[in-house]
Design a protein around this ligand. Sequence first.
Ligand SMILES: Cc1cc2nc3c(=O)[nH]c(=O)nc-3n(C[C@H](O)[C@H](O)[C@H](O)COP(=O)(O)OP(=O)(O)OC[C@H]3O[C@@H](n4cnc5c(N)ncnc54)[C@H](O)[C@@H]3O)c2cc1C
Length: 436
Amino acid sequence: MQKEQKTTLVWFRNDLRIRDNHSLFKAQARNERVIALYCFDPRQFAQTRFGFRKTEKYRAKFLTESVYNLQESLAGLNISLIVVNDKPEKVIPELVELYKIASIYCQCEWTEEELSVLQKVKYNISPDIRINETFDQFLYHPDDCPLAIEDIPRVFTSFRKSCEKKAEVRPLSPEPKIMVLDNLLPKSWAIPSLPELGLTDFNTDPRSAFPFKGGEDQARKRVEQYFFVTKKLGYYKKTRNGLLGTDYSSKLSSWLACGCISPRQIYWAVKEFEQQQYKNQSTYWLVFELIWRDFFKYISLKHQNRIFHLGGILQKDYPWSVSEEEFSIWTGGRTAEPFVNANMTELRETGWMSNRGRQNVASYLAKDLQIDWRMGAAWFESLLIDYDVHSNYGNWMYVAGVGNDPRDRKFNIKLQAQRYDPQSKFQNRWLQKTLF
Ligand SMILES: Cc1cc2nc3c(=O)[nH]c(=O)nc-3n(C[C@H](O)[C@H](O)[C@H](O)COP(=O)(O)OP(=O)(O)OC[C@H]3O[C@@H](n4cnc5c(N)ncnc54)[C@H](O)[C@@H]3O)c2cc1C
């Protein structure tokens, strides 16, 4: 090992891409040797206090595919991605010692679990080693947001208008560069299989509305298809409340959640479409939804751990039940509402549920059954391929009436089913017994 050369570590977390990745870009700019790390943290795959896993097989598979693609792409830049099935606070100090790492780059995360891991890493390495964190998951970078974090409004529209008026979406970072070939590390580190993560392998359900694979290449392919080949982007606002098929909405959330694509990349692709094709309400609306995504990140930046509290950011004191029996009727799709049951079955069988479905099943749990909404959020966390801490807890608080909805609504499930599934096609797809 050449001890004299300094080494920079890029620690990948929820930013599994090589393009428009500022941690990678800044690490490369140092002109030192660059190595990279991804940890499958066993805590993320353990059982929760609710008796199910924190990450189920659907997201785990998407994650392994994403890390595999990242490893391939980094290899093309002559950067080795070390992949371990272990805790970062154990692995990083070992790497620091072995490769004389002088600085570490990673995406800045601020929720409780991520912060706790970072603190443990810091505790286990010398204070001389700089950990450089970058906010890379936003559409509007926090430094460009016209509002101070403590002034983020409760109502989305005020936030959106303020950003649209006074902030700019940053350009993409320059393309990553190819590094000098270095024999420091073995070329390929094995990505754990689902059984190695304690999960069962599976085949994607042929009925799935999300049959896609993880990885930056797949994310780019989806943008290409949805925007430029089929031009479905141009109809997005009319179809976005759909329930069946791959194209009623962009389906970009899963790649966004693990950072296979940045919201800026999507924004600039929308702008390209608007220049090449046309601009309409649909092209605007996709960006509008990305601002919702940002909003929940700003809400969690402002309110920190209150997003995980029963009373939410409003600190509301509603009576909540924790009936495990009723909860299992909801998770099992055995409630009195076929529309809820169909959506819950879809989630259980595929790891996907539409936005319309999510709103309805969440409202049913929190407002009809009056069950602790955090149990529902934890169930979503376990199963959703696109789980994102801010969007999940933010939306759950919103629907449960402890978050950002000024109207505190309750969904009329029967009316919703009539409106969005008038011929029961969606319900039949998930509730009819398969005929052999
Ligand atoms: C109870 C509940 C829980 C949710 N949990 C998550 C979650 O864990 N992860 C997640 O990404 N989204 C979550 N959502 C938001 C939304 O349902 C999904 O983002 C959306 O269905 C993903 O599909 P899409 O990519 O096709 O979205 P599109 O309709 O194509 O929207 C484009 C992008 O905008 C963003 N977006 C759209 N709607 C929302 C929204 N309501 N809140 C935040 N961002 C939004 C997403 O990043 C999405 O990919 C939740 C919604 C509810 C009601």
